[in-house]
Design a binder for this molecule. Structure first.
Ligand SMILES: Nc1ncnc2c1ncn2[C@@H]1O[C@H](COP(=O)(O)OP(=O)(O)OP(=O)(O)O)[C@@H](O)[C@H]1O
Length: 364
């Protein structure tokens, strides 16, 4: 439904060329909720704006549905209003001098296809009902709460029945509780309407909970894409392992490898660890999530991925405890059930389960 091929774009700034996206390609299936996730400045918004037609790329191709809307080789450029796209920005960008009804009706009244006033009214009321704002039709738009204004922006984006919805950090101005509610609402709405959605965020939790597919961007490139579960459990680089959730990242060197079995034995500063082979060379980093490190009461330290550790401190979070331990000179973080939590100063044994330890390329 959205296909981007080899897209590149640089901005001109103070006489210099600033590369914003470098060779981005992606395919979004009809009805899919697809998220671009990455740190500030990695090129998410630029990619989205290129799809909307608000920026003109340097090279590449973009198709929405079966229509090519931009192609550098064919010289194709379809203006934004002909792309049949709805867009919601971080700053809702509602019009403060208009009522709720007028805000949503605006795109239809400016539509060149000339819809009758009765049809405009019906479509506006339908769009407001979708986002549960039909009780506020005549209210001045600024007299809505933050969450309601965000839903109003969504109704305005949906009223033209777009093929594609583009969402640029639409939840980031909401408070934490409302953001959590809107995450669920937004995904459910997109799924109910079966609208193809391209969502941009730097919040890993939003990406994991809302998306069918997550594409992680870094320095203007997509470095990994997959389902939320794939991205979380099979990161292909230390960057993804750290950016999505948290990971202990420990430098090491491969001593033995049985790559056909997908296993490697990694030498680290605190001993040898059997790991899953994550596709690194000889110099690797071992990535293990805090919730995957176990406390054990049997087993010999040094064998079978078991090590002796000294607890430095434990922090209570209610539903869990985070403990910071030292194994030799290496610090590790553990996430434990409160009943399991050790005290600062305790000497414990930890187990790094082989299937949860990934040996990744050190240069990523
Ligand atoms: N108008 C502009 N002029 C010059 N450089 C720009 C302009 N807009 C963006 N950039 C640069 O392009 C790169 C990509 O920016 P972009 O806004 O796409 O990133 P982003 O991932 O959406 O970041 P954020 O999460 O902070 O919004 C950055 O280096 C940014 O500084």
């Amino acid at each position: 439904m959205i296909r981007i091929q080899n897209l590149r774009m640089s901005y001109r700034s103070g006489g210099e060329s600033v590369p914003a996206i470098q060779d981005v390609s992606l395919d979004i299936e009809p009805g899919q909720f697809y998220t671009l996730l990455g740190p500030s400045g990695c090129g998410k918004t630029t990619t989205l704006r290129c799809v909307a037609g608000l920026e003109e790329p340097d090279t590449g191709e973009i198709a929405v549905g079966d229509k090519v809307v931009y192609s550098s080789t064919q010289g194709t450029w379809v203006p934004p209003y002909r792309r049949n796209i709805g867009m919601v920005f971080q700053s809702y960008a509602i019009w403060p001098h208009m009522s709720v009804f007028e805000n949503v009706a605006f795109p239809l009244k400016n539509d060149r296809s000339r819809i009758s006033p009765d049809q405009v009214r019906k479509r506006v009321l339908d769009a407001l009902a979708l986002v549960k704002l039909d009780a506020y039709v005549d209210r001045p738009a600024p007299h809505l709460s933050g969450g309601q204004q965000q839903r109003l922006a969504l109704a305005r984006a949906l009223v033209g029945e777009p093929r594609v919805l583009l969402l640029d950090e639409p939840l980031s101005n909401l408070d934490a509780k409302l953001r959590e509610e809107m995450r669920v609402e937004l995904r459910e709405l997109a799924k109910r309407l079966n609208v193809t959605t391209l969502f941009v965020t730097h919040e890993q939790l939003e990406a994991l909970t809302m998306s069918d597919v997550v594409a992680v961007m870094k320095d203007g490139k997509i470095i990994q894409s997959g389902t939320p579960a794939e991205i979380y459990s099979q990161p292909r680089s230390a960057f993804v392992a750290k950016f999505i959730g948290r990971s202990n990242i420990i430098p090491g060197r491969v001593m033995e490898s049985s790559r056909s079995a997908g296993e490697v034995l990694v030498h680290t500063d605190f001993g040898r660890v059997r790991c899953r082979d994550g596709g690194g060379g000889d110099a690797v980093v071992l990535a293990v999530r805090p919730e995957d490190v176990e406390i054990v009461h049997t087993g010999e330290p040094g064998a079978d991925n078991i090590f002796e550790a000294r607890v430095e401190r434990s922090l209570f979070f209610g539903e869990c405890v985070e403990s910071f331990v030292r194994v030799g000179d290496v610090s590790l973080q553990l996430r434990l059930h409160p009943e399991e939590a050790p005290n600062g100063g305790d000497v414990i044994r930890i187990h790094l389960p082989q299937k949860r330890c990934l040996a990744l390329s050190a240069d990523s």
